[in-house]
Design a protein around this ligand. Structure first.
Ligand code: DPP
Ligand code: ZN
Length: 876
């Protein structure tokens, strides 16, 4: 199948204005009757009506009430094409589908087991065509009326998008319910749910005075854990009103939890469907990170109601238009409600680990790709996380008020429309009277820019020169790169941490204390005058652009930043830079430089002793980057050497700080807020766990502390933190602790997923066999994406040591899993296969072994389009 190209975009020849759907729901065989009001674009007099259709059994087809003869239409494996001479018509179809056997989890499928097995849908990106024949593309917006009929005892709850419009009983123990969604929407936002679920209800009054009923529905054993999500929903609704002036627009908002889902959650209009992992939370069964993920994802999906639903995407090339913007809004939401610094550090870590490595390999693509073979493979770190960074840069360039004005304009201009990145930039431009067209290059160009900084201080002239230069390496299909606009936020400090003035040569007026240096060309020098002493520069503050910073800052200058920078993110950024440098030295020569190591450990000792510093920030400073992130940018990677060098640096820190770490651990252990979920309580637990890990690393004789914490834990964060320490130390009693944990949480799928992950990420040789054995554990099913990601995904993507075992056993295990999953859930198999994407960057032995597994996958019969695309691009 040839790829879809952005440059081939054409507006739809036929529009659908209204859709009426009737479902006779049954897990084995559901009948879907559709009535579409279609209209031809007058400029397309000859175009037939093409309806996407996959895996549908066509029972009936009529146009304006008349059954069509076989020569009047074509029904192929992916489309139903009708030759129509009239400019508008009523199309009626009836199809049969089989939700029960739908393991792809796209379209209508079944979730759960036994009594509570229920039916639900997932349509983004192209699942609606597995429900009914339809022009399944985001620029066809229609009004939907949906009627559901089902057995009342098995499916007491019936839901679809929009407001309820009647319900009643039918003969034979069946019942019906109808829903009308007044907002025209693309088909990917369609949803229905039918089942025996329990519900909680709340209410929200919008700033416009609309009374909205809020519901969360979940299986009976889960409904007691939905209270936090409901609180998060109300916080999100209020925040979007206050920060961005966006109000909710229906009388009801539903959220449904499922354990069988290929993604995190889905923003279907008025009927969000959530992976239970991002919805359920209580202290016994969710970690602090789990609570924060619920806040972030509930916010994310709710924010899509404007950035995605009211204003949707013209085509899937524009996916980042909704995802980058919504991730940005989600980040701001959590930053306003919890710790801005912590959220920023975590986002940057994810960007470096997942997006930079994507950009450095064969799967690199621009934030707005210009081609795709399988759109499911473009729900990537580039589209989401880098896309959010682009929005963040635009927001910083326009300022808080300017960005708000621009976004208001964007929503107002494009409400009810399917928009493009150009529409977004045009709204920001017009509202601020600026030119933003250079920013399009950020959307079109793949690859991570390297930003090189160098400095020169002239004491006699009291002048400080900062030279910035950018370079982007070629990526597949883009051999030559252009310079991008890079906003470099900077401040200058003296060595005691006092701010120095920032006056550029030739400027008058009072000097600023922080400013954005716009790098618009390949290279530029910024000359600051009246600088009284040699300054310590704090660059790229708040991580103001998604670039790789190359800057050979003096270790003592980095120490000044770690100690004094008033941007919490840059304190961490400086500590991270120093630890990466020590890692590189250990990798090159076996040991980090003693003097720089000393500078680093003394700075962190001060941070640890500083009672005024956010404990979460201290914890992050103590946690050095994972091996994958440290290896990013290297060639001929030897994973064993990376592991050893990283461990050296980590152990050196733990040993240097052993006493203060132990003391701080003790102090934090007295806390009485074991079940509190406020950010401050979470931050203390985070630091306490970081201290415990380091203390036990420095001295295995301290492992009884971990055993004690495990035994006494009153929340999942403490229990898992301790278990992790016991496992990675291969402590006596670790096996018993694992078993005790599994027994305590038996039957709780989400907690057992974390238990599986903890075992999958252990950097030991025998983890390969252990993980393979765990696939036979009752807590693991190949058909459940959460299980697969928790065990096989964690092993393949987060355990470089064991995945890259020198005999190739890790590769073989993962490739076999990918092949097996491809016949069940192709989206999941394709995502796992990205673990092989970086194969060319490894040393020759691993490179050959990974290459062989990719070839073995490529040679299989009947690969899914999803997997064929990833394997094909990886080998190209
Ligand atoms: N659109 C979903 C989300 O990112 C993913 N399918 O929220
Ligand atoms: Zn999203």
């Amino acid at each position: 199948k040839p790829p879809v190209l952005l440059c081939d975009y054409r507006a739809p020849a036929w529009r659908v204005t209204d859709v009426e759907l009737e479902f006779d729901l049954d897990p084995a065989a559901t009948i879907v009757a559709a009535r579409l009001a279609v209209e031809r674009d007058p400029s397309e007099p000859a175009a037939p009506l093409r309806l996407d259709a996959e895996q549908l059994e066509l029972l009936d087809l009529r146009v304006d009430g008349r059954r069509l003869a076989p020569e009047e239409y074509r029904f192929e494996t992916d489309a139903l094409t009708i030759l129509l001479a009239v400019p508008r018509a009523r199309i009626e179809t009836r199809v049969r589908i089989a939700p029960d056997t739908n393991t792809a989890l796209q379209g209508l499928y079944a979730s759960g087991g036994g009594q509570s097995r229920f039916l639900l849908t997932q349509c983004e990106a192209e699942g609606f065509r597995r429900i009914t024949p339809f022009p399944d593309r985001p620029d066809v917006l229609a009004r939907y009326t949906v009627t559901l009929r089902a057995d009342k005892a098995r499916f007491p709850l019936l839901l679809a998008n929009g407001n309820a419009d009647g319900a009643g009983d039918l003969d034979g123990g069946r019942h019906w319910a109808r829903f009308v969604d007044p907002h025209p929407k693309p088909s990917y936002l369609f949803a229905l749910v039918a089942g025996r679920l329990e519900s909680i209800e709340d209410c929200f009054v919008t700033a416009e005075g609309r009374r909205v009923r809020l519901f969360i529905h979940a299986e009976p054993d889960a409904i007691g854990r939905c209270g936090w999500a409901m609180q998060c929903l109300k916080m999100a609704m209020r925040w979007d009103e206050e920060r961005f002036g966006r109000c909710y627009d229906l009388d009801v908002f539903h959220i449904v939890a499922t354990h069988d889902f290929t993604m995190g959650a889905m923003e279907n209009k008025g009927l969000n469907v959530f992976n239970a992992k991002y919805l359920l939370a209580d202290p016994e069964r969710a970690t602090d990170d789990g609570y924060r993920h619920v806040l972030a994802v509930v916010g994310h999906e709710y924010f899509h109601n404007w950035s995605g639903n009211r204003v949707t995407c013209r085509d899937w090339f524009q996916l980042s238009l909704k995802e980058g913007l919504t991730v940005y809004r989600e980040q701001e939401f959590e930053s306003d409600l919890a710790s801005r610094t912590l959220r920023r550090i975590e986002d940057v870590r994810v960007l470096w680990r997942a997006q930079f490595s994507e950009d450095a390999g064969p799967l690199a693509h621009p934030v707005r790709p210009d081609r795709y073979s399988e759109i499911n493979n473009f729900y990537t770190a580039t589209v989401y996380e880098k896309g959010a960074e682009l929005v963040r840069m635009l927001a910083s360039v326009l300022g808080r008020d300017g960005f708000r004005r621009g976004l208001d304009r964007y929503f107002e201009r494009n409400d009810g429309r399917a928009a493009t990145v150009e529409d977004f930039l045009a709204a920001l431009e017009e509202a601020n009277d600026v030119r933003l067209s250079p920013w399009l290059a950020w959307y079109a160009q793949a690859g991570t820019p390297t930003l090189e900084a160098s400095e020169r201080y002239d004491a006699a002239a009291r002048c400080y020169e900062l030279t910035l230069a950018q370079h982007t390496a070629p990526t597949p299909g883009q051999p030559r790169k252009q310079a991008l606009p890079i906003p470099v936020v900077v401040a200058l400090f003296d060595e005691r941490g006092a701010r120095l003035p920032l006056r550029l040569d030739g400027e008058a007026g009072t000097a600023e204390r922080e400013r954005v240096l716009p790098l618009l060309t390949e290279r530029a020098t910024f000359r600051f005058v009246d600088v009284p002493v040699r300054p310590v520069a704090s660059l790229l503050r708040g991580y103001s652009a998604p670039v790789r910073l190359r800057w050979n800052a003096d270790a003592d200058d980095l120490a000044v930043q770690i100690r004094h920078d008033d941007d919490g993110f840059n304190r961490w950024f400086a500590a991270d830079a120093l630890s990466r440098r020590l890692f590189a030295q250990a990798l090159a020569s076996g040991a980090p430089d003693a003097r720089q190591l000393d500078v680093w450990t003394r700075s962190l000792a001060q941070a640890l002793a500083d009672p005024a510093l956010d404990p979460a920030l201290v914890a992050e400073m103590l946690s050095i980057a994972d091996a994958g992130s440290l290896a990013e940018g290297l060639v001929d990677i030897d994973p064993d050497a990376v592991h050893v060098a990283r461990a050296r640096v980590e152990t050196a820190l733990a040993q240097a700080l052993a006493a203060p770490l132990l003391a701080r651990y003790g102090e934090l252990s007295g806390a009485t807020d074991a079940q509190a979920v406020e950010p401050a309580a979470q931050a203390r637990r985070r630091l306490r766990n970081a201290c415990l890990a380091a203390v036990c690393r420095a001295d295995p004789a301290q492992l009884p502390l971990a055993a004690a914490q495990f035994a006494q834990a009153r929340n999942l964060t403490d229990r898992l933190g301790a278990l992790s320490v016991l496992l990675s130390a291969q402590a006596a009693g670790a096996e018993e602790a694992l078993d005790a944990f599994a027994a305590r949480h038996a039957g709780d799928a989400l907690v057992l997923d974390q238990w599986l992950t903890l075992q999958a990420v252990q950097p030991h040789d025998e983890t390969v066999e252990h993980v393979a054995a765990l696939t036979a554990h009752p807590a693991f099913r190949w058909t459940n994406p959460n299980n697969v990601y928790a065990l096989v995904g964690a092993f393949a993507l987060r355990n470089p040591r064991a995945f890259h075992r020198a005999d190739g056993a890790g590769y073989r295990f993962v490739a076999d899993a990918v092949a097996r999953l491809d016949t069940l859930t192709p989206q999941v198999s394709a995502r796992l296969a990205t673990a092989f994407g970086g194969w060319r960057r490894f040393e020759p032995l691993r490179r050959a072994l990974m290459h062989r597994e990719l070839q073995r996958l490529a040679a299989r019969d009947a690969l899914s389009p999803d997997l064929a695309d990833i394997v094909g691009r990886s080998l190209a």
